[in-house]
Write a new protein. Structure first.
Length: 232
């Protein structure tokens, strides 16, 4: 809690020795995480950066802390799976947030349920943890710092990926997880071969589930294995 106004805050410590990529704020070198979060801090769906401090051991990031809130992992776990209306409500916000980040030339690179917090009063979502974030570019990336089960197949197959396309893949994994209460893939091999945990089931509450299943099967078999294939 911030002493000055009793505002609930979250404080994160970044060890200077673990910083892999650096950026600049007002000509001062800072971890890329701080730089990217600062660029997106005014986006409604991104956790707000209140302040940051440099100390000998590293850096301290002070952020808003919505209250009461829960991360999306626990939110889904508490309900086993989300109904279609709730999943749509949350997913629309998250997709819009990623789009607005891209307009700031920021690529989050670690979209997953644990990095989304939900305000339990308003239902608003906030994207957190920019530790893997970097500058969005049109060319391929050759490093990956996110969560492997949300990673696109081209990274495992060719050690490269395109930023926006990888973000769309992660969105798809997150949406599947929301509606089914589990991830679609259990390991890297399944991701690369587009082999799901059994058939791709959608609960009866999901509109046109059988058509979505057929579409995903075709998409995985033909398009997603091609690193150049555009994802909607």
């Amino acid at each position: 809690m911030r002493v000055a106004d009793e505002l609930p805050v979250a404080v994160k410590f970044i060890d200077r020795r673990t910083v892999r990529e650096w950026g600049k704020i007002n000509d001062e070198q800072v971890p890329m995480e701080i730089c990217m979060l600062a660029k997106c801090s005014k986006i409604r769906g991104v956790i707000r950066l209140l302040d940051w401090y440099s100390i000998p051991e590293g850096y301290l990031i002070v952020m808003e802390r919505p209250y009461p809130c829960v991360d999306m992992f626990d939110f889904i776990k508490g309900q086993q799976k989300l109904d279609e209306e709730m999943a749509r409500f949350l997913f629309r916000q998250i997709a819009q947030t990623l789009y607005e980040c891209s307009q700031k030339r920021v690529l989050h690179r670690d979209l997953k349920d644990e990095n989304i917090v939900i305000d339990l009063v308003t239902g608003d979502t906030k994207l957190i943890d920019f530790g893997a974030a970097t500058v969005l570019k049109k060319s391929h990336y050759t490093d990956f710092q996110g969560t492997r089960l949300y990673c696109p197949p081209e990274w495992f197959l060719h050690s490269l990926y395109l930023g926006k396309e990888a973000a769309v893949w992660s969105l798809g994994v997150l949406l599947y997880n929301s509606l089914n209460g589990r991830l679609p893939f259990k390991n890297e091999k399944d991701i690369c071969t587009a082999h799901l945990l059994g058939p791709l089931p959608f609960y009866t509450s999901v509109s046109a589930g059988k058509y979505v299943t057929a579409f995903f099967g075709n998409l995985q078999g033909e398009n997603l294995m091609d690193t150049q294939a555009p994802r909607p």
